[in-house]
Design a protein around this ligand. Structure first.
Ligand code: ACO
Length: 361
């Protein structure tokens, strides 16, 4: 019985490949190293969407269309916004996205790309008693997300956030992408499919890990002894957030891509001392895990340096999973369209191991 479906192939895809032994991520024929820090998010959206929408425009036009979609989403969710801050920031974003039309066209897809950025910034501002900032349709997506959050966006921070969105845009058949494909296979529409992905991403074993990474770093800083703190966690059966992966037996290549972005930011703001501390914690965690779990190679995953990067660009830890969703939306939508185009209804079997009914003579 494949508890957790390890090694089960549930889809053929042209979108991305995760090599967990070599530590490589390929996205539509490009290595992560080719894309991260070099391609803009809108270009990667185009790369992933290519072939799945008849009316897909070129890069420049697509960037403009995403800008227009941000404005459209803002107008649609505005009447709801005052009610959403009562929810936590992730649930508020999900609730706002749930009111979007449930079609399968490019306009539907672009609204779903735009919505996490628009809703996260607006809800964070409302939570601080400030008025949401209207999107600027001419700005680039990452820069506008930061501007909607803080009123301004430095080019360095916008580039860092853009690199993050690119780095997490797609990653094989992870739990949230599988959930998205299951719903897409029923022909339910893109919004329904992406809501399924959002539900799966939220959990701490998947996209909910980076907020707890910050809590861990703060707790270790307060304790003053990383090895003792981490060993104590393991002794109490806790997992070390930002470490371990179902597929990677080596270091997640996205960890180094994101660390490089944080290092670049460190030269122009206060991030360098945080990075130096995080590197020490990372080494201590790897040492503790090697001793505690010698049977399994547990290495740094994407979430460890995600936490540092998103903290450095100005997001509070409660919103880290929202920003992850903003990047991953591109992959989810492409997978949903691919499933609709090439797949069938996903309907596996379970094996009944419960009690049998009494046999009536
Ligand atoms: N800390 C401590 N122990 C761990 C960790 C960890 N981070 N990761 C795995 N293990 C241990 C488990 O306790 C288990 O030990 P045992 O055999 O002694 O019981 C063993 O490794 C295998 O664990 P599984 O849960 O079967 O391994 P799986 O492949 O499902 O784990 C997962 C992957 C869920 C990501 C896990 O490594 C984990 O919980 N990590 C911490 C949370 C995290 O960082 N999540 C983000 C993942 S990246 C992403 O989704 C974007």
């Amino acid at each position: 019985m494949a508890n957790g479906l390890d090694d089960v192939v549930a889809a053929d895809t042209v979108l991305s490949d995760v090599d967990g032994v070599g530590g490589h991520l390929t996205i539509r024929g490009h290595s992560l190293a080719e894309l991260a820090g070099r391609w803009r998010y809108a270009q990667v959206v185009r790369l992933l969407f290519d072939g799945f929408f008849d009316d897909l425009p070129g890069d420049a036009e697509l960037e403009k269309a995403i800008g227009k979609a941000r404005v459209e989403v803002f107008d649609r969710v505005k009447p709801l916004l005052a009610k959403l801050p009562r929810l936590d920031i992730y649930s508020g974003m999900r609730a706002g996205m749930a009111i979007l039309p449930d079609g399968d066209g490019l306009a539907d897809a672009l609204r779903l790309i735009a919505a996490p950025a628009v809703l996260t910034a607006a809800l964070l501002r409302l939570g601080q008693g400030e008025t949401p900032i209207t999107p600027d349709e001419k700005a680039d997506h990452a820069g506008d997300m930061l501007r909607m959050l803080a009123g301004t966006a430095s080019p360095a921070l916008a580039k860092a956030l853009d690199s993050y969105l690119v780095t997490v845009c797609d990653h094989g058949l992870n739990a949230s992408t599988f959930a998205t494909r299951v719903v897409a296979s029923t022909q339910a529409g893109l919004t329904s499919a992406i809501l399924a992905g959002l539900g799966a991403l939220k959990g701490p074993l998947h996209g909910g890990a980076p907020g707890p990474v910050i809590e861990m770093l703060d707790a270790i800083e307060a304790s003053g002894d990383a090895t003792a703190w981490l060993s104590d966690e393991i002794a109490h059966g806790e997992r070390i957030m930002g470490f371990g992966h179902r597929i990677y037996r080596v270091r997640d290549p996205r960890a180094d891509a994101l660390k490089a972005v944080v290092r670049q930011l460190g030269s122009c703001n206060e991030t360098s001392s945080r990075l130096a501390f995080a590197e020490k914690v990372e080494q201590a965690a790897l040492d503790v895990l090697r001793i505690a779990k010698p049977q399994r190679s547990i290495q740094t995953n994407v979430e460890f340096y995600t936490a540092l990067l998103l903290e450095a660009v100005g997001f509070p830890k409660e919103a880290f999973s929202n920003v992850f969703a903003a990047g991953r939306a591109a992959g989810w939508i492409a997978h949903a369209r691919e499933q609709q185009a090439t797949g069938r209804l996903i309907r596996p079997q379970s094996r009944y191991v419960g009690p049998l009914p009494d046999l009536v003579a």
